[in-house]
Design a protein around this ligand. Structure first.
Ligand code: SF4
Length: 275
């Protein structure tokens, strides 16, 4: 069963195909394992990837759902199962306790890190078992922007979320076909098509740092509506020579300023503003 062909449908398809072409995400005959959580983003990507493409080669989508164990009744699991069967998509579903384990007493500080890592690992295993060489995730443009800021604010590094990333020496390609698409349009499309979106039952989903960054961006956009666009475009205009390299064209290795120096306030010139 396929949904209605609306203006929004064609708009999203166009930008999905542009991103896929820009990054060479798919090849003829590929088997693509698509991680489907059951949230709006992954259901929209499933919908878009399983409708005919105009400019992309033909590939097969295999949907994979890893239940994280937050819903003991498995009602959401059954809802998703029914949807995948109705769409006639090849699929694989698995019940795990990854989400519960990631929130265990020994891991209170970083549940998202462990949860994502375990889920990603399992997805690659399933991809290998099912003969898939591509693993597709439903991260959109807003996810990419937020990840850049999260890494900057909390992980002390300038890095983001690549639309296409090679793993295990090129054995697998991780692709994000929604990379150019705004979250608001993804959510709008999910509503327009009446997709059976499953809510996120994870306790960290309402307290995460990602939510903090999202709200910060919302606040900034009250002053300047282009803030998100500018951050996204900045990812294409990186000027390493204006970062902390010692000489033009040289890497950052060997710099000796560490977090403890900043904490101790013994950076050169630290007190200059007083005198
Ligand atoms: S919000 Fe919850 S489900 Fe999402 S990555 Fe974090 S721990 Fe996992």
């Amino acid at each position: 069963m396929t949904g209605k062909r609306t203006r929004l449908f064609y708009h999203l398809k166009k930008w999905l195909e542009i991103a896929a072409l820009d990054y060479g995400m798919f090849r003829e005959g590929d088997r693509v394992l698509l991680g489907v959580s059951g949230g709006a983003d992954s259901l929209v990507l499933l919908d878009l990837l399983t409708t005919p493409m105009v400019h992309l080669p033909r590939f097969t989508v295999v949907a994979a759902h890893i239940d994280l164990g937050f819903d003991p009744s498995y009602g959401d699991y059954e809802t998703l199962k029914a949807h995948l069967e109705e769409r006639g998509v090849e699929h694989f579903m698995e019940k795990t306790d990854i989400g519960i384990y990631a929130h265990g007493p020994e891991n209170r500080k970083k549940p998202c890190f462990l949860c994502s890592k375990l889920r990603r690992k399992r997805l690659f295993e399933i991809a290998a078992e099912r003969g898939c060489t591509r693993v597709a995730l439903a991260h959109h443009r807003d996810d990419i922007i937020e990840t850049l800021l999260l890494n900057l604010f909390f992980s002390r590094e300038l890095s983001g979320m690549a639309p296409c990333l090679s793993f295990f020496g090129g054995e697998f390609l991780l692709v994000r076909p929604l990379a150019y698409i705004r979250e608001v349009l993804v959510k709008k499309y999910a509503r327009e098509q009446g997709l059976p979106v499953i809510g996120n039952r994870c306790p960290s989903s309402v307290t995460s740092k990602r939510l903090f960054v999202k709200r910060l961006l919302d606040d900034l956009e009250k002053e300047n509506k282009d803030v998100r666009d500018n951050v996204f475009l900045a990812l294409q205009h990186v000027k390493p020579e204006y970062l902390l390299g010692r000489k033009v064209g040289e890497g950052l290795e060997g710099l000796r300023i560490r977090k403890r120096d900043i904490r101790k306030r013994n950076l050169p010139g630290k007190n200059r503003s007083n005198g």
